[in-house]
Design a protein around this ligand. Structure first.
Ligand code: ADP
Ligand code: MG
Length: 605
């Protein structure tokens, strides 16, 4: 659609009006980022020089503009986003006034480069103080780049009014965060004076928050999720013990727009009543979705304030949902298994009533793994993946006894045995010789343990890797299952799944963990729901734990799978890099050993 057809009549195009939209460099950042999102970009880059006073540039890979649109986008009320007043009540886009670019062009030097998919050459347009200086065809990638230079060059009073670079940068940072936090499925990066400030890959919401605010944030987050007729509420609040003296990290987004609402803030603060020392503030990242006809976002030009029709109800829902989630967190501290940043596997034998102790050596001294696990020492190859498995069998006779793992490994894999190969038998067991005799590793159970710990680590400390699907996957579930999926959405997403939409009975998936392939998705999710439904709620096992177990079970190498020598060794190596290599996540032994004495006995020796 051509913008020209939609020009809204306006006679007030001047610098004074520009002042309404553009108060400072951060305002330009906000408008440009929002335009890029409205243009459907999946990757957006922000370049800043000298706190935006010298340069603000946004480069996107969105749909771009035709030559005509490029010329007209700087006209006041040139918007391609609404056609009638009614559209105002059903806005799907960030912008709608058609005044941002016009305002910016009135008070800065602007260079626009843009190209649509089907165009061979793009358009480059230079504007200064609303006047077009030049227009030419350029070769440029699909999408749009808008560079805004020397902001307020023609309004010295405004330019002088700008605060220090530190302050203006902080405002820019705030705007960037507010946009990045609602669009985890868009790849964002930001550079200030050529150095990288943010590099945010496509991820789920939790990971995006962690990517913006740092790794430590992950352990602080309590998920919030509530669906009602008037409001969908999701996101995270910080655990009370992580409250801050300073306010900050407090975000409300309504229908994907950052808003400020002292009233709703009060609802959250109220939910923390009695949990915080006075003077401390919780962090929160709350995403509200409300029917568009129940809000009016048009009451402020910079659109950070909002009027709700049913404020009181929203207040009550927010307050009780946050309270409830905090309560759940308090009664279920097992959820909090990432407390001390080391991976604290919430694996509790007592709770699980495992009556069978793994059938290994009777004499504890013969079981080096056990000591290992209790000492919580990591095997060296966890860090040095290149470590040669074979080296474990050699060079044990260390002159002085070391407390290191190496010693323990060496106790197991004696030097008296030549560099050893593993063997697979019956498509089921990996066998190898060890100092005391033989070791039989069950490939399926061992791999379950490996994946289980990897998932827990992904969920809690690392960012899970996600692969975006070319075509989103639609899977149908019962209403009940869909409700359950909604409940555990943040947790599932932290394993690398990315959900596009959850409808009444359909789940649309746009990204999956890199460790699985598309054909497995349905089975894995069905199994997961089953496992969650069947888990007795009284156990201290968190949902994350159940998920990690379920995924590990579904995705582990099956019995009957032939393994190459390399694959066998890989399993052995990774198993013994685990925190608890002795058991599968469901409590079965992952390996057994047979002492030479036992073998001797069979021979009657
Ligand atoms: P609004 O966003 O309110 O429509 P703007 O002044 O911000 O008004 O932008 C004017 C028009 O220019 C938009 O409606 C859109 O058609 C076009 N436009 C602006 N930025 C971009 C972009 N990054 N990619 C594609 N089109 C854009
Ligand atoms: Mg806009």
């Amino acid at each position: 659609m051509c913008i020209r057809d939609r020009l809204l009549p306006d006679h007030v195009a001047n610098q004074i009006a520009a002042g309404e939209v553009v108060q400072r460099p951060a305002s330009v950042v906000k408008e440009l980022l929002e335009n890029a999102i409205d243009a459907g970009a999946t990757s957006i880059k922000l370049l800043i020089k000298d706190a935006g006073k010298v340069l603000i540039q946004v480069i996107d890979n969105g749909k771009g503009m035709s030559e005509t649109d490029a010329r007209f986008c700087f006209e006041r009320h040139a918007t391609s986003k609404i056609k009638s007043a009614e559209d105002l009540f059903n806005l799907q886009t960030k912008g709608f006034r058609g005044e941002a670019l016009a305002s910016i062009a009135a008070i800065a030097h602007v260079e626009l480069k843009t190209k649509q998919e089907n165009q061979e050459l793009g358009t480059c347009l230079k504007i200064e103080g609303s006047k077009i200086q030049s227009q030419e065809l350029v070769s440029t990638p699909k999408g749009t780049s808008i560079a805004v230079k020397n902001l307020f060059y023609n309004i010295p009073a405004r330019r002088n009014f700008l605060k220090s670079n530190t302050v203006e940068s902080r405002h820019i940072n705030d705007e960037f965060q507010r946009v990045a936090l609602v669009h985890p499925s868009i790849d964002f990066s930001m550079y200030h004076n050529d150095s990288e400030v943010y590099r945010l890959n496509v991820s789920n919401l939790r990971q995006r928050i962690v990517a913006v605010f740092g790794k430590k944030t992950n352990e602080k987050l309590v998920p919030i999720d509530e669906t009602t007729d008037v409001l969908n509420l999701s996101g995270f609040v910080s655990k009370p013990e992580f409250a801050k003296k300073k306010r900050g990290e407090q975000f409300f987004f309504v229908n994907n727009r950052f808003i400020k609402s002292p009233y709703l803030h009060h609802a959250v603060a109220n939910a923390f009543d009695g949990l915080l020392a006075s003077g401390y503030h919780p962090s929160y990242f709350l995403y509200l979705t409300v029917p568009t006809n129940t809000i009016d976002i048009n009451i402020h030009p910079t659109k950070t304030e909002i009027k709700f029709d049913n404020e009181k109800i929203l207040y009550a829902i927010i307050r009780s949902t946050v309270k409830h989630s905090l309560g759940q967190y308090n009664v279920a501290p097992a959820l909090d298994f990432n407390r001390d940043s080391t991976l604290d596997v919430p694996y509790d034998f007592k709770d699980k009533k495992i009556d069978r102790e793994p059938n290994i050596s009777i004499d504890r001294n013969f079981n080096p793994f056990k000591t290992e696990v209790q000492k919580n020492i990591q095997f060296p190859y966890k860090r040095e993946k290149t470590t040669d498995w074979e080296s474990l069998y050699t060079d044990i006779e260390s002159p002085e006894p070391q407390v290191s793992l190496k010693t323990d490994e060496n106790q197991l894999f004696s030097d008296t045995i030549p560099a050893n190969k593993t063997h697979q038998i019956h498509g089921k067991y990996i066998i190898s010789t060890i100092k005391s005799g033989l070791i039989y590793i069950n490939q399926n159970l061992a791999h379950q343990r490996i994946l289980y710990e990897e998932y827990l680590e992904n969920i809690t400390v690392k960012e899970a890797m996600s692969q975006q699907l070319l075509f989103p996957l639609e899977i149908n579930f019962s209403k009940d299952d869909i409700n359950l999926i909604r409940e555990i959405k943040p947790d599932i997403e932290s394993t690398g799944f990315l959900f596009d939409k959850i409808d009444k009975e359909t789940l649309i998936i746009k990204g999956i963990p890199t460790t699985i392939n598309e054909s497995q998705v349905t089975i894995i999710l069905e199994q997961l729901l089953d496992d969650i439904k069947n888990e007795i709620p009284e156990t201290s096992f968190s949902q994350l734990d159940i998920m990690a177990k379920s995924l590990a079970k579904s995705m582990a190498i099956k019995t009957g799978t032939q393994l190459t020598l390399e694959e066998q060794e890989n399993i052995v190596e990774r198993l013994f890099s685990c925190k608890e290599p002795n058991h599968s996540p469901y409590g079965k032994p992952t390996f057994i050993t047979i002492d030479i004495q036992e073998i001797d006995k069979k021979f009657g020796l």
